[in-house]
Write a protein that binds this ligand. Structure first.
Ligand code: PRP
Ligand code: URA
Length: 210
């Protein structure tokens, strides 16, 4: 099976990504726009949700209308930066449960180090949306998804705002069953594993820690 990869080229998403890339964008604006992009990306990602017919009565007549077929979802941000996408996604999927996976990238080896995992108890029956604004080497995303699968998750989507070709390749090879949604696919990684042109360190920019 090959991963389904969707680069979201909606003009509103592209415009907002242009703003968060700028080094002069403040943490406040950065955080707000990350949330807005996550909301727009969720809207696009829900395009294929299955619908079913239900019979209702309007004030005028009986009618058959569409409703989303009762699929339960979960949003699982990779800490820290993935947290910035949660509120925006909940605006589109208000009934979703939220799990958390704590991973940081060792600055020397660039390997992910796990420090936290708390997931909804019924994760195996939920459509899981893993969020992280950045897909660089792909190590963090791949490790988070491996962990989710160990906990029983079956249908997993990965949503990031900026990806590097290296990370996309790794994720698609490690987890060909996972759908990948990307806001923008950048050029390459630099020697420190940062995405070029990218936007810098997403966690630091969201939380103002540098
Ligand atoms: C960043 C980012 C991803 C990871 C991407 O997190 O939010 O989780 O790096 O890099 P990778 O694809 O090479 O694994 P970081 O490790 O800086 O942790 P933080 O969110 O706590 O700042
Ligand atoms: N993590 C980030 O926050 N930014 C990058 O460019 C790479 C990894």
């Amino acid at each position: 099976m090959n991963s389904k990869v969707m680069v979201m080229d909606h003009p509103l998403i592209q415009h907002k990504i242009g703003i968060i890339r700028r080094q002069e964008t403040s943490s406040k604006e950065f955080r707000e726009i990350i949330g807005e992009i996550a909301m727009l990306m969720s809207y696009e990602a829900c395009r294929d949700l299955p619908l079913e017919d239900v019979d209702i009565t309007t004030p005028v007549a009986k009618a058959t209308v569409k409703q989303i077929k009762g699929k339960k979802s979960a949003i699982v941000p990779i800490l820290r930066a993935g947290l910035g996408m949660v509120e925006g996604m909940l605006a589109i999927m208000p009934a979703a449960k939220v799990g958390h996976i704590g991973l940081y990238r060792d600055p020397e080896t660039l390997e992910p180090v796990e420090y936290y995992c708390k997931l909804p108890a019924d994760i195996e029956i939920r459509d899981v949306f893993v969020t992280d604004p950045m897909l660089a080497t792909g190590g963090s995303a791949s490790a988070a998804i491996t962990l989710l699968k160990k906990h029983g998750a079956k249908k997993i989507h990965f949503m990031c705002i900026i990806g590097a070709p290296e990370g996309l390749k790794k994720l698609a090879e490690d987890h060909p069953d996972v759908d990948i949604y990307i806001g923008a696919l950048d050029d390459h990684l630099n020697d420190h594993g940062y995405i070029v042109p990218g936007l810098g360190d997403a966690g630091d920019r969201i939380f103002g820690t540098k």
